[in-house]
Design a protein around this ligand. Structure first.
Ligand SMILES: NC(=O)c1ccc[n+]([C@@H]2O[C@H](COP(=O)([O-])OP(=O)(O)OC[C@H]3O[C@@H](n4cnc5c(N)ncnc54)[C@H](O)[C@@H]3O)[C@@H](O)[C@H]2O)c1
Ligand SMILES: [Zn+2]
Length: 694
C-alpha cells in the first residue's frame, strides 16, 4: 500500500483539507447512499474517511460536530416518506488487523474495569454487504419498515418490504408487544447478475442500450431495488433479508446477544449460518479466517466480520460513541484482496499474435467491484504461481489496474504444472516462444483471425505494398464483413463486392481495383516486409533479397533450414542477420497455415526479382531529367536505369538539375538547361554513362 502523504503542518492547511474532504465525502455519500450509484470504489472512499480521521486526530481543535467522521449514511431520498427512528440506527467502527481487534477488546476491558481473568465472550458473524433496514412490529404485526437514512431519520419502505418473502409479516405469541428487528436487505450475486442482464435487455428492446441503468454491485442493486417509489418494481427484484440485531423493544427476551439472535431465528428470521458465540477474541479471529476463506463461495457479498460483546448488560454499559456502538466492531477484509476459485485458464491472442493467459474466476466482489477475470501475464507467471484450474487463489485489485492473482492457496509442487498450449487457440498454428523472450506467440501471422486486421493493414500500408485507397478503416470494414481473410483476398476483390458498399461507388470501386491491380508485380523488398514476419523489417528484407535474389528463393532456403544446418548457416551468413531473425523466418515458413496462405498469395501476385540499385556511377545521387523522344529506350526504362544507378529522376529542369538527357525533338527544357549551364547529353551519351557504371 502507498504510504499516506504527510499530514498538514499548520492549522490553516489542516482546516482547508478538512473542508475539502468534508465536501468530497458528502458528495460520495450522496452518490452511494441516496442515489445507489457510487462513483469511486469503496477502498478509495475508505481512504478519504481515514485521511479525515487522521487529520482530526492530529488537529482535534478543528474537528466539527458535523464532521464526516460523526455522520451515518446520507440524508433520506426525497421520493420516499421520511420517518424518525425510535432508536438511532448507527454504523460500526472498523478494524483492519488482528491487532486492532485485540485493542478493541482491551478498550472494553478497561472501560468495564474487568478483572484480568474475566472472559469477554463475543459473537461473530459475516458483515453482509446490503443496506440496513429496521422492521417495526407492534402487537406482533409488521407495521413499518425504515431504511437507515442518516441514522436519525429513515425512509419509509413498508410497502416495498412487504414483497420480501424472507421477512415475516407477523411474530409468534411469545414475542414482545413492541419489537424492532434490524438486519440487512441484500441481493444474491447470481440474482444481481441476472438483474443487470435483464435491465440491459430491456433497454436494448427499447432501443436505448447506452442509457441502460445497471448497478455497480449487489449492494447498490439491493438498495436501488428496495428504495423504489413503486413497490411493484421492488416485487420484481429478488431481495433477501438477514437479521442481525434490534432497535426499540418493550421487552428483551434474553440476556445475551446469542440468546436474542436464537429467538429471532425461532420467530422465522433468516440468520447468517456462520453466526456463533466465542469465549474469547482468539476463537472469534479463527472464525474470521474461516469466513474469509469461504467468502467467494457464499451466495451473497460480505465485506468483513462483525464482532459484538455477547452480554447485553455490558452492551448497555458500553453504550455509543459518535456514530457507532462501543460494543461492536466490523473487522473488514483487506479492501483490495479476496479469495476465490480459479475456474479456468483461457488464452487470448493479441492483435500482434501474443498469447496472454487469462484467469477465469468464480465471481467475487473486491472493493465494491465484481471481479470475474484476472490477468496471468505469461507462462512464467503461471509457473511462478503454480496454478491449475480448480485452485483457490487470492486476487488483488488496485485502482484501475486489471486484477491479478497474488497467491495460490492450493499450491502443490508435486502436481504436474499447467501446460501452456502449443497451438494458437484462434487458428491452430504453432505457438512459439523465442529464445530469451517471456512471451509465446502465434506463428500463423498470415491466417490468424486475431492478427488478421493488423496484418492486412501492414501489408497494404505505405512502407509495404502501398495500395492506394486501401487504408486502415477500409481494411477493418472489409474484415468485419468477411471480404478479407488473408492478403491474397485483396487481389480477389471484385466490383460486385465493392459497388453495394458505397452510394455512387462506381468511381471509388474502379479506382480501388485499379490501384490493387497495379501491385500485382510488387517490389520484392516491400512484399517481403509486408508479410509481417517477426523481426523482418524493411532493412532486413532488403539484405535477404540481396543475398537470395527472389522471395521464392528465401522461402525455399527458410523451409530447408527447418532441418538442415547448412541452409540455416546460409541465412545466418547474410549481412546483419542473426539467429533470432533466422529462427523467425524458419518458424514462419514451417507453419503449414502460413505456407498455404503464401502459395495462395503467390498465385495472385508475382514479386519482381531484386535489382541491385547501389551501382556506382557518375550520376549516383544526382538529379537527372529526360526530355524529347528516345530511340532505343522507353521513357520508363530510362527512368529505371537512372534509379538503378542511384539517381533521382525529375520531370522539370531547375537549379537542382545535374544532367539533362535530350532525345530527338527536345524543346524548351533543353533551352532552359543550356541557359542555366546544366550539362546536356544525347541518348548515346546516356547509354555510355550506363555502360560505364560499376
Ligand atoms: N464507494 C463510495 O462512494 C462509498 C460512499 C459511501 C460509503 N461507501 C461504503 O459504505 C460503507 C460505509 O457505510 P456504513 O457507514 O454503513 O458502514 P458499514 O456499512 O461499513 O457498516 C455498518 C453497517 O453494517 C451493516 N451490517 C452488515 N452486517 C451486519 C451485522 N452482521 N451486524 C451488524 N451490522 C451489520 C449494518 O447495516 C450497519 O449499518 C463502507 O464500506 C464504504 O466504503 C462507499
Ligand atoms: Zn493464431
Amino acid at each position: 500500500m502507498a504510504t499516506d502523504p504527510a499530514l498538514p503542518q499548520t492549522d490553516e492547511e489542516a482546516a482547508a483539507e478538512l473542508a475539502r474532504l468534508a465536501a468530497e465525502i458528502a458528495h460520495h455519500n450522496r452518490a452511494y447512499h441516496t442515489d445507489d450509484a457510487p462513483e469511486i470504489s469503496d477502498a478509495a472512499y475508505d481512504a478519504l474517511v481515514r485521511r479525515n480521521l487522521a487529520i482530526e486526530a492530529a488537529f482535534p481543535q478543528l474537528a466539527h460536530s458535523d464532521s464526516p467522521s460523526a455522520q451515518v449514511g446520507a440524508a433520506p431520498a426525497t421520493h420516499l416518506a421520511k420517518v424518525a427512528h425510535a432508536r438511532p440506527m448507527l454504523s460500526l467502527d472498523n478494524a483492519f488487523s488482528d491487532e486492532e481487534v485485540a485493542e478493541f477488546v482491551q478498550r472494553i476491558r478497561r472501560f468495564l474495569s474487568l478483572a484480568e481473568d474475566e472472559a469477554v465472550a463475543l459473537t461473530a458473524e459475516p458483515k453482509i454487504d446490503g443496506l440496513s433496514c429496521s422492521l417495526r412490529y407492534e402487537d406482533r404485526r409488521l407495521v413499518r419498515a425504515l431504511t437507515r437514512g442518516d441514522g436519525t431519520t429513515g425512509e419509509d419502505v413498508t410497502a416495498n418490504v412487504a414483497t420480501i418473502a424472507d421477512i415475516p409479516q407477523a411474530l409468534p405469541a411469545d414475542a414482545p408487544e413492541i419489537f424492532e428487528v434490524r438486519g440487512e436487505v441484500y441481493m444474491e450475486k447470481q440474482a444481481f447478475a441476472e438483474l443487470n442482464a435483464r435491465l440491459l435487455a430491456q433497454a436494448e428492446a427499447a432501443g436505448d442500450a447506452a442509457k441502460a441503468r445497471r448497478f455497480a454491485n449487489p449492494r447498490n442493486a439491493a438498495a436501488g431495488s428496495l428504495r423504489q417509489k413503486d413497490a411493484g418494481v421492488t416485487a420484481q427484484r429478488p431481495l433477501r433479508f438477514l437479521a442481525h440485531g434490534w432497535g426499540e423493544t418493550s421487552d428483551l427476551p434474553g440476556a445475551t446477544q446469542a440468546e436474542i439472535v436464537a429467538k429471532l431465528r425461532a420467530w422465522g428470521f433468516p440468520i447468517a449460518e456462520a453466526f456463533a458465540r466465542f469465549d474469547d477474541a482468539q476463537a472469534a479471529l479463527d472464525r474470521y479466517r474461516a469466513i474469509e476463506a469461504e467468502r467467494a463461495d457464499l451466495p451473497f457479498d460480505i465485506d468483513g466480520v462483525v464482532y459484538k460483546i455477547d452480554r447485553l448488560d455490558w452492551q448497555a454499559r458500553l453504550g455509543f460513541v459518535g456514530r457507532a456502538p462501543r460494543w461492536a466492531l466490523a473487522h473488514k477484509f483487506p479492501a483490495e484482496r479476496a479469495q476465490t476459485t480459479l475456474n479456468a485458464i483461457d488464452i487470448q491472442v493479441g492483435r500482434t499474435g501474443k498469447l496472454t493467459p487469462v484467469a477465469r474466476l468464480e465471481p467475487v466482489t473486491v472493493g465494491g467491484v465484481v471481479v470475474t477475470n484476472a490477468t496471468l501475464h505469461n507462462a512464467d507467471e503461471i509457473a511462478r504461481l503454480g496454478v491449475n484450474p480448480g485452485d483457490r487463489v487470492v486476487i488483488q485489485r488496485a485502482g484501475d489496474v486489471i486484477p491479478q492473482i497474488v497467491e495460490n492457496l492450493s499450491r502443490d509442487d508435486a502436481r504436474a504444472p499447467w501446460r501452456f498450449p502449443t497451438h494458437c487457440p484462434e487458428c491452430g498454428s504453432d505457438a512459439v516462444r523465442e529464445e530469451g523472450e517471456v512471451d509465446i506467440r502465434c506463428s500463423g501471422g498470415l491466417v490468424c483471425p486475431a492478427q488478421r486486421t493488423e496484418r492486412l493493414k501492414h501489408f497494404a500500408s505505405r512502407g509495404a505494398l502501398d495500395i492506394e485507397g486501401l487504408g486502415a478503416q477500409q481494411i477493418e470494414d472489409f474484415v468485419t464483413d468477411g471480404l478479407l481473410h488473408t492478403p491474397a483476398d485483396i487481389f480477389r476483390l471484385t466490383q460486385a463486392q465493392l459497388l453495394p458498399r458505397k452510394k455512387d461507388g462506381k468511381v471509388w470501386a474502379a479506382n480501388l481495383l485499379r490501384s490493387i491491380e497495379a501491385k500485382r508485380a510488387p517490389d520484392p523488398v516491400r512484399f517481403l516486409f509486408g508479410l509481417g514476419i517477426r523481426h523482418v523489417g524493411s532493412i532486413t528484407a532488403r539484405e535477404l533479397l540481396k543475398a537470395f535474389g527472389t522471395v521464392q528463393a528465401i522461402a525455399q532456403v527458410a523451409t530447408r533450414a527447418h532441418d538442415d544446418e547448412a541452409a540455416r548457416a546460409e541465412i545466418e551468413a547474410v549481412e546483419g542477420i542473426g539467429p533470432i531473425v533466422t529462427q523467425a523466418l524458419i518458424a514462419f515458413f514451417a507453419e503449414a497455415h502460413n505456407r498455404e496462405a503464401w502459395d495462395d498469395l503467390l498465385s495472385e501476385v508475382a514479386p519482381e526479382p531484386f535489382v541491385q540499385v547501389q551501382r556506382t556511377s557518375e550520376v549516383s545521387g544526382k538529379t537527372v531529367v529526360f526530355t524529347g523522344t528516345l530511340e532505343t529506350l522507353s521513357r520508363d526504362e530510362a527512368k529505371a536505369q537512372a534509379e538503378a544507378l542511384g539517381a533521382r529522376v525529375s520531370g522539370s529542369v531547375s537549379a537542382k538539375t545535374d544532367l539533362l538527357v535530350a532525345g530527338a525533338a527536345a524543346g524548351s527544357k533543353r533551352k532552359k538547361a543550356e541557359e542555366a549551364g546544366v550539362r546536356v547529353v544525347d541518348e548515346a551519351g546516356w547509354l555510355a554513362i550506363v555502360a560505364a557504371a560499376g
